[in-house]
Design a protein around this ligand. Sequence first.
Ligand code: PHE
Length: 344
Amino acid sequence: MSRAVELVDQLKALEAEALEEVARQEDAEGLESIRISYLGRKDGRISGILRGLGGLDPSERPRVGAEANRVKGSLQEALERREERLAADEEAGGAKVDLTLPARQEWVGGRHPVTRVVDELVEIFRGLGFTRARGPEAESEWYNFVALNTPLDHPAADEQDTLYLKGGYLLRSHTSPVQVRVMENHKPPIRVLAPGMVYRRDSYDATHTPAFAQLEGLVVDEGITFVDFKATLAEFARRYFGRGARVRFRPSFFPFTEPSAEVDVKRVVHRPDGSTEESDWLEIMGAGMVDPAVLESAGIDSERYTGFAFGMGPGRIGMLKYGIPDLRLYLDNDVRFLRQFAGR
Ligand code: PHE
């Protein structure tokens, strides 16, 4: 083999070795030392090979010189590309991109299950002639208690049960203050639904959370009776829980309604084998005929107008509708739970 061919082969082998080292290198300093060790003018390995040029027949020198330049160029370029790659990786938070990994599944978010229940309830009541109303979450004692016929020394207004803010304000403990705000600003006939968050100094367990959604309903007009009250809520229950659903009114007490009731629902559950079964009674709301004192404090003539009101818990209604065993599931933010509602 001629000396020139030998040198060309050496250059090629050196190139292969150098490219492999570059590919394995993980930091910029490493790349610099590779550059010095191969391309360094004095002690670089390519210069070392070129030192053999002197012993060659002059006609063979250009061939070896050309190969040396090609190898230098190829190595130079490989070093630059690797350097850019490392810089880009670093910018990406040091993440190494592995193109062989399976693609991440497409994930389309959905409404929160409680939001879905609220939307469904609002839709049903819209069909019964209700429109949406809203009020502030930071509420005054007047709207949250006093205007609702609840004196401030009533147990509900106790520090133990209520989250007070500065200056006579508090996080509303129910959505009922919206009743008063609506009555102050609108003349009967009134048919509104007010969804929103409410807050109580409560434990955090399967059936209580210190923050939860409520849905307030209010109807005020001439000639509204207990019949309208019962019929409206029974019709709502059938539309939401299915035809076989039944409601039960248990006598209760709220300062702002008289008479008052707790409303329970029992629904028909369809089992996978086609048979049916009735659920237990589950309490879904507090309700009653609007107390005349509440109408009067909002400036409505209680001799002429009557009405009914209700406050339900969409979270509990969702528990009944979807068989959710624990209120905390709504707040854990566990996607395995939440995604079951994404398509609904
Ligand atoms: N505000 C009551 C509660 O939070 C529920 C309710 C609303 C009762 C309207 C009667 C009328 O418990």
